[in-house]
Design a protein. Structure first.
Length: 493
């Protein structure tokens, strides 16, 4: 269960998809900043055009939101990205030239580094170019569809989507560029490896593969936007009956995608949709969870003896993140993943199989011909009712689940993850940022609820550490990258 919205929604869900950017207090590869004298002057004024009463109400709410985030930050050892993104365009005063300056500065630093840094930058910007093309095609296709189906000459709800999306593009690209820079910094520091599938021969390099993914994305984009524009209760329904084995909170077409999570169509297009939404930055944000996981794995080798590391992912979706986990851990590590959707689990198995074939070729090229790699284990299950023994796993990871379940279910999942984690083990939560994490986008962050995200507004105001501390876990580290944050917890010995 993860975030999925199509790129055509850049205008309607803009704050979540591409929050306004920048207080620019330095960047990972350089001490240079993106601020200008004019920008600094603009930052000094806030709410001056608003009525005093509105000003006061907004200020009170902003203080509450920031206090929640600062309370959370005080409980964790925070990486530099937490402060960076919290201060990035804190008052939302950046203009187009400021975003362009950010992107240009990041690009210049990659070029000045040369070598591996430049290779990373060129490959990732080319990848973003592909997803920008998807976003444009999706927007145009949805507009054309809306116009053809409309019998009235009245303006479609998405008529102005393309100009709005185009105006948002510099803002999004600046954030993507900064995310790439922070990702490469973590790679260069040895916190995790380069993404395996960008530096090997595999299906993602095939034009035929790209073409088929784009075609599926366009079809899904048209349907999703049509349902979103209507916004009817009928458009939110899926085929699950009231007496099915699935919980009530699951019986909705999240993001207005085809049958929510219960469709092979939505499973097949999921990764393309999310990466198009974030213009290639989704993998980068997910990889933040690798940092505490690998720090734990490396620290634990002296106490684990010969036992392989056991990792569980709760809500694995299509299993994309799990392939990064497996590629960074010793090959004898035992990885298990659960999800409620049988369709997404099928795709997760396929992703796992694809990773194994790539890794075996890599091992063979390094002289390890015929090396044995066992497949991961995939289980259909609810996060609040995990079918595992107490203290079965060293590390439990949960990706983008909490914003899609009610608060009481978040508490139950937290309890279950604690139960199946070994003493001294780690629980890692990665999900959307919340109010206060980036004050510059707080006023519009809740707009994502309009994409049939019934629990999102409650999620962004929830105090996540409370769920874990109540079941006995201890706060460890916090990492923030653009629209995503990772919270790591330790289970006391």
């Amino acid at each position: 269960m993860k975030i999925t919205v199509i790129a055509s929604l850049l205008s309607s869900a803009g704050a979540f998809l591409s929050p306004p950017a920048a207080n620019g207090n330095g960047f990972p590869l350089s001490s240079s900043t993106a601020t200008t004298t004019d920008l600094e002057r603009r930052e000094e004024s806030t709410f001056i055009a608003q009525p005093l009463q509105d000003n006061t109400l907004k200020s009170v709410q902003a203080i509450q939101d920031i206090s929640r985030a600062e309370y959370e930050n005080g409980k964790f050892e925070c990486n530099d990205g937490v402060e960076f993104w919290m201060n990035y365009n804190r008052n939302g005063k950046y203009e187009l030239e400021d975003y362009a300056r950010v992107t240009t500065d990041v690009s210049s630093r990659f070029f000045s580094e040369g070598g591996g840094a430049l290779s990373y930058w060129l490959r990732h910007t080319a990848r973003s170019g592909y997803f920008i093309s998807n976003a444009a095609l999706g927007t145009l296709s949805s507009q054309l569809h809306e116009r053809l189906r409309s019998k009235e000459p009245s303006e479609s709800k998405v008529t102005n989507a393309l100009p709005s999306a185009a105006s948002a593009l510099p803002r999004i690209l600046a954030e993507v560029a900064l995310s790439y820079e922070q990702d490469y910094e973590r790679i260069s520091q040895g916190k995790y490896k380069l993404p395996y599938d960008m530096y090997t021969r595999n299906r993602q390099n095939s034009p035929l593969y790209f073409g088929s993914k784009t075609a599926r994305f366009l079809s899904e984009a048209i349907g999703t936007l049509s349902r979103r524009n209507r916004g009817s209760e009928e458009d939110k329904r899926i085929w699950l009956s009231d007496d099915s084995i699935y919980p009530d909170y699951y019986k909705t077409a999240f993001h207005y995608q085809t049958d929510g999570w219960m469709s092979p169509d939505s499973a097949d297009v999921y990764e393309t949709s999310t990466e198009t939404l974030f213009l290639g930055g989704q993998d980068v944000m997910q990889r933040t969870a690798l940092v505490p996981l690998l720090e734990y794995a490396n620290d634990s080798t002296t106490t684990m003896g010969e036992s392989p590391l056991k990792v569980l992912e709760v809500g694995c979706g299509t299993g994309r993140f799990l392939t990064f986990v497996r590629d960074n851990l010793p090959l004898d590590s035992e990885c298990t993943a659960v999800d409620l959707s049988p369709f997404y689990l099928n795709n997760a198995r396929d992703n796992d199989k694809n990773w194994m074939s790539i890794r075996k070729r890599m091992e063979a090229s390094n002289g390890s011909e015929g090396i044995k790699i066992d497949p991961a284990t995939f289980v259909q299950a609810k996060g609040e009712d995990l079918p595992f023994e107490n203290e079965e796993f060293d590390v439990v990871v949960c990706m983008y689940v909490y914003h899609e379940v009610p608060r009481d279910i978040r508490a139950q999942i937290s309890s279950e993850m604690e139960r199946v984690t070994k003493k001294g083990g780690m629980v890692i939560l990665t999900d959307s940022m919340q109010k206060g994490d980036r004050p510059g986008v707080d006023s519009t962050l809740g707009n994502f609820k309009n994409m049939n995200e019934p629990y999102y507004e409650d999620y962004i105001a929830d105090c996540l550490p409370d769920h874990f501390e109540k079941v006995g876990l201890e706060c460890s580290t916090k990492i923030h990258c653009r629209s995503t944050k990772t919270l790591a917890f330790r289970k006391p010995i």
